[in-house]
Write a protein that binds this ligand. Structure first.
Ligand code: ZN
Length: 203
C-alpha cells in the first residue's frame, strides 16, 4: 500500500525513443538503469515517504499501491506487509487473492499482482485490507509462482508528436509481448502454479 504524500511522478519525464531501425518505444529523457526491469520494461516513477532512517512515514493509504514496494516485494517474494522473506519453513508461498480474481473453478489459472504474505501477516490481512474484507478471499499455497508480466498504463505517440496516456484496463500483459514497448509498468504479476486452496486457520 502507498503512504500519504506518495505519488506517481513519471509523466513529465516521458518521451518517445525512436530507433534508427524504425521501431519506437516509450522511455524517460533522463532514464537510468533502475527504470527498466530485467526484461527491459519501463517502470513508473513513484515518490516514497521515508524519514532520515529510511523508515516509512505517512498514514497508510490502503487502496493505493506503492509501485516500487509492490515491485520489490513481488520480485523478491517478500511479505507485502513486513517486507521479510515470505517463504514458509517448508519452502511454500502463501498468496491471498480476492474471490473475484480466483473465479468459481478451483483450477483456474490465476495471475496475481498481490505479493505473498508471511504466515503471521496473512492471518491479519483479511481484517486490515478493505479489498479482501469487501470481496472475500482465497488463500493459496504453492511451491512456485513464476513471473508472468506487468499491469501498467499504455501510452501512444500522437500525430502531433505528443505522448498520451490511454486507459489502463488492469489486464496483465505478458513478458515478451510487443505491447510492452509502450507500457509504463505499475505492478508486477506472477502465476501461482499447482496451488492448493487452504484455510488460514489450519496453517
Ligand atoms: Zn509479514
Amino acid at each position: 500500500m502507498a503512504r500519504e504524500g506518495e505519488m506517481e511522478e513519471s509523466l513529465l519525464d516521458l518521451r518517445a525513443f525512436l530507433s534508427s531501425a524504425g521501431s519506437s518505444r516509450i522511455s524517460y529523457w533522463n532514464e537510468t538503469l533502475g527504470d527498466r526491469d530485467g526484461q527491459g520494461v519501463l517502470w513508473a516513477r513513484f515518490s516514497q515517504s521515508r524519514d532520515e532512517h529510511g523508515d516509512l512515514t505517512g498514514a497508510p493509504r490502503w487502496k493505493m499501491i506503492s509501485t516500487p514496494r509492490q515491485r520489490e516485494a513481488m520480485s523478491k517474494l517478500l511479505c507485502q506487509f513486513c517486507g521479510e522473506p515470505a517463504r514458509m519453513p517448508d519452502g511454500r508461498l502463501l498468496f491471498l487473492n480476492s474471490k473475484e480474481e480466483c473465479g468459481p473453478n478451483p483450477n483456474t489459472t490465476i495471475r496475481t499482482a498481490q505479493p505473498p504474505f508471511c504466515l503471521k501477516h496473512a492471518r491479519m490481512a483479511p481484517q486490515r485490507c478493505p479489498h479482501l474484507a469487501e470481496h472475500g478471499y482465497v488463500a493459496l499455497l504453492t511451491q512456485s509462482a513464476p513471473l508472468y508480466g506487468v499491469i501498467g498504463t499504455p501510452y501512444q505517440y500522437t500525430a502531433d508528436r505528443t505522448i498520451q496516456a490511454m486507459a489502463c484496463d488492469g489486464v496483465p500483459v505478458p513478458y515478451g509481448s510487443a505491447a510492452l514497448d509502450w507500457i509504463v509498468a505499475a505492478q508486477l504479476v506472477r502465476t501461482p502454479r499447482a496451488y492448493t486452496v487452504v484455510n488460514l486457520e489450519d496453517l
